[in-house]
Design a protein around this ligand. Structure first.
Ligand SMILES: Nc1ncnc2c1ncn2[C@@H]1O[C@H](COP(=O)(O)OP(=O)(O)OP(=O)(O)O)[C@@H](O)[C@H]1O
Ligand SMILES: [Mg+2]
Length: 263
């Protein structure tokens, strides 16, 4: 059912939630209906401007095992390039451990922005984001990365090999684990590339298509084994055949996690 509208948000979100056990198939209808109609004028700009914050802080400890309780509390935010245009104005969302939540709202209302803040590509100007009660701004980049994975509209890949990109959250993953994850994510195209997993992507490497990047990001999420998974229109760049296969892969990676689906 519908839960917790964000009180003071400039733009309104609706947060739909379901407790553990709701399969991905229950959500796929919502996906199917909304995905096709969304536009994304700013996606290209977005990826150019986004740079993960450099992080040298020591980092607070997260509880172990991590439960995956996510709280967004009174969050205000404007992009640094447009400081006078507030995007979020007091957003409150609480997502309990193991919940599968869909975040819906008009194009441009700030859904992807919420994902950017939760992964700390940007920091809120006011308010806090808590993971199991710990403010994410106090975590090391590594701890945050291991806890939360995002598969987004326009996945952020680094100017490095595909292998390094998939190992992002878990640098010690074996090649076998990476290959299994790529298979589950329907990313077998990697093996057809001349340099396979060693192929460089980004500025100094090949440019992948949107769908290929998404599948690399899904493989990354599978390898990372995060407590919290953010799917920001995670299958938007795929054709319907790949979409089916990737949805099945996402269903596997969603099991027993806290999941936020931007619908
Ligand atoms: N990097 C950026 N710099 C400045 N403004 C931005 C940036 N990214 C997004 N915005 C603005 O912030 C607002 C919210 O954008 P956001 O991408 O979060 O919307 P959304 O809800 O995800 O939309 P969609 O459903 O189209 O994906 C929009 O007005 C957008 O123009
Ligand atoms: Mg978006």
């Amino acid at each position: 059912g519908r839960e917790r509208m964000s009180g003071g948000a400039l733009a309104s979100f609706a947060v739909y939630s379901a407790t553990v056990g709701l399969g991905f198939s229950g959500l796929s209808q919502l996906y199917g209906e909304t995905l096709k109609s969304l536009t994304s004028a700013q996606r290209v700009l977005d990826i150019i401007e986004r740079q993960p914050l450099v992080d040298q802080r020591a980092g607070a400890e997260l509880p172990s095992p991590l439960r995956g309780h996510l709280e967004i509390k009174g969050v205000h935010f404007a992009y640094p390039t447009r400081p006078d245009t507030p995007v979020l104005n007091g957003v409150d969302i609480e997502i309990r451990q193991g919940q599968v939540v869909a975040l819906a709202g008009a194009s441009g209302c700030g859904k992807s922005t919420v994902c950017h803040l939760v992964t700390r590509l940007y920091e809120p100007s006011q308010g806090a984001i808590l993971l199991d009660g710990v403010n994410i701004s106090s975590l090391s980049a590594h701890a945050l990365r291991a806890a939360i994975a995002v598969v987004s509209q326009e996945p952020v890949l680094f100017d490095a090999s595909i292998l390094a990109n998939i190992r992002y959250a878990r640098p010690d993953a074996t090649l076998q684990q990476v290959q299994n994850a790529a298979r589950e994510a329907n990313a077998s195209f990697i093996e057809q590339l001349p340099d396979g997993y060693d192929t460089a992507v980004g500025e100094r490497g090949i440019q992948l298509s949107g769908g290929q990047k998404q599948r690399v990001a899904i493989a990354r999420a599978i390898v990372g084994d995060p407590r919290i998974l953010l799917l920001d229109e995670a299958t938007s760049a795929l054709d319907s055949e790949s979409e089916k296969l990737v949805q099945a892969a996402l269903e596997t990676v969603m099991a027993e996690r806290t999941v936020v689906v931007v619908a």
